[in-house]
Ligand binder design. Structure first.
Ligand SMILES: Cc1cc2nc3c(=O)[nH]c(=O)nc-3n(C[C@H](O)[C@H](O)[C@H](O)COP(=O)(O)OP(=O)(O)OC[C@H]3O[C@@H](n4cnc5c(N)ncnc54)[C@H](O)[C@@H]3O)c2cc1C
Length: 445
């Protein structure tokens, strides 16, 4: 726990507790604190950033839909800090899944995950935020249908903390699960869930040489590798850290395991590392630019694309996204692509909606429980809609909404059920966040 580098004591009660310090939780905590809430951010790892840092997924997607930037506010401020610290050169236009059957051109924001770790530490320094690392939210404390706090499993034992509002930003909706919330998906549909991947980084890569290989040749190589069982999906895409001669590779695919089952999750780490070994050998032996590549890192844990999705007061659907449905309680905008990694095969389906889409506040509010807001990849959305709303930029935009909602709910004991969308949207706009396409056109870039 820290605040301006000074050691502080943990309170028994906070206005807002944010569970999980990934893309969504980091921004949620900042937004809650800026709205005056005494906030505790609880993270089970030793750093913030979630999948972007711990799992080494080193590019933010979802800030732009086509040419239009649709995520602004606090997430945009965070990006500026990363650039200022030398952790990124900013947005680039790149071809996603280049060796797949249907690649797509999008803006991404590649970054150095190690720099993002300390930028996040500084970004979260606010008078009224406490951060607790190496603490796992184990249970929701629920009384008469209202969540009144959380129990944390820490190195020294179990600690209970009371809060007026809780933001569940764990990705797995762990707090919601413990609170008895209904889900749209759980362990029963493993074969319909997006696969898991273990990311790794190679150093000493001749990036320029690789980039000059024609797309058709890359596809040929990928398909040949899959046929021989040496690589696992139709993409040879990778990111490089700014100025680096390295390749951060999202090339593994772990299927048919339940990421909510402790034994399967352990197996996934094992399978992932076996896949990494095989992919590295394949790249070194077959792909231009990788001849002298050296395995530099394997991410600390597998990256899980999909587990639980709550049953909220609105279920976001693919039709909502593709038909550009307007919601009076829109609190965040999502951007393409909608990318569905084949749960059982080696392909990917990519769709680019015409416009950024609205995400209603109701998709963050679970049915039947008071005081709980769910953000990030576990919001109430169908499998297909989740494929569009799970990107880290969208997770951040949702985090800004969730933190703001939690702070408003905590003010004067107002309830999450009674949140007024006009008030929430007004606050978000005042924070420079976009809740409709009309909010997106900015002179400040
Ligand atoms: C392999 C892979 C590739 C991807 N590629 C991209 C990409 O290129 N670009 C992109 O934008 N998105 C990508 N995504 C999607 C994106 O990374 C996630 O959907 C996004 O990170 C979701 O953000 P989040 O904040 O909801 O969850 P997370 O980033 O998962 O953050 C959740 C945080 O909560 C913490 N936590 C979990 N449980 C607890 C608990 N009980 N107590 C305390 N802390 C807890 C975790 O440690 C973590 O820090 C990818 C995802 C995967 C897995």
């Amino acid at each position: 726990m820290f605040a301006s580098g000074k050691k502080q004591s943990l309170r028994k009660e906070y206005d807002v507790v944010v569970a999980g310090g990934g893309a969504s939780g980091l921004i949620a905590a900042k937004a809650a604190a800026r709205n005056g809430a005494k906030t505790l951010l609880v993270e089970r790892q030793g750093c913030l950033g979630g999948v972007g840092t711990t799992c080494y997924v080193a590019q933010y997607i979802g800030f732009f839909n086509g040419e239009l930037q649709a995520v602004w506010g606090t997430p945009n401020e965070f990006l500026k800090e990363i650039v200022k610290a030398g952790g990124s050169d900013g947005f680039t236009y790149y071809t996603m899944a280049e060796a797949s059957a249907s690649p797509i051109n999008i803006y991404n924001f590649p970054f150095n995950p190690e720099v993002v770790k300390y930028v996040a530490d500084d970004f979260i320094q606010e008078e009224n935020i406490h951060v607790l690392f190496h603490a796992q939210v184990a249970d929701a404390l629920v009384q008469d249908g209202t969540i009144s706090g959380v129990a944390l499993q820490c190195v020294g034992g179990r600690i209970e903390v009371a809060a007026k509002a809780i933001v569940d930003a764990t990705g797995d909706a762990t707090v919601a699960h413990s609170a008895g919330v209904r889900f749209l998906s759980d362990s029963s549909e493993i074969d319909q869930k997006q696969p898991t991947s273990l990311v790794f980084r190679l150093s000493n890569v001749n990036v320029k040489r690789f980039r000059s290989i024609p797309r058709e040749r890359k596809r040929e190589l990928a398909l040949a590798g899959i046929k021989k069982g040496e690589i696992f999906w139709e993409s040879l895409s990778f990111m490089s850290t700014p100025g680096g001669h390295d390749a951060i590779c999202l090339m593994s695919r772990i299927r048919g395991l339940d990421m909510l089952d402790a034994v399967d999750l352990s197996e996934a780490e094992y399978v992932g590392r076996r896949q990494v070994q095989s992919i590295v050998k394949f790249l070194q032996e077959n792909v231009d630019g990788f001849e002298k590549a050296v395995l530099a890192n394997i991410a600390a844990r597998v990256g899980v694309r999909e587990t639980r999705r709550i049953h909220g007061r609105h279920v976001l659907t693919l039709e909502d996204i593709l038909e550009d449905r307007q919601f009076p309680d829109s609190v965040a905008l999502g951007c393409g692509p909608v990318d569905v990694h084949d749960p059982n095969g080696s392909g990917i389906t990519l769709m680019m909606p015409e416009r950024p889409w609205q995400i209603p506040m109701r998709s963050l509010l679970p049915d039947g429980i008071e005081g709980l807001i769910v953000t990030g990849r576990a919001i109430s959305a169908t499998h297909e809609a989740n494929a569009g709303s799970r990107h880290m930029a969208t997770a951040m935009a949702l985090g800004e909404a969730a933190g703001t909602m939690a702070a408003i709910a905590a003010e004067g004991g107002a309830s999450t059920a009674g949140l007024d969308p006009k008030v929430v949207r007004g606050r978000l706009r005042a924070q420079s966040a976009a809740t409709s396409v009309e909010d997106c056109h900015r002179p400040d870039g």
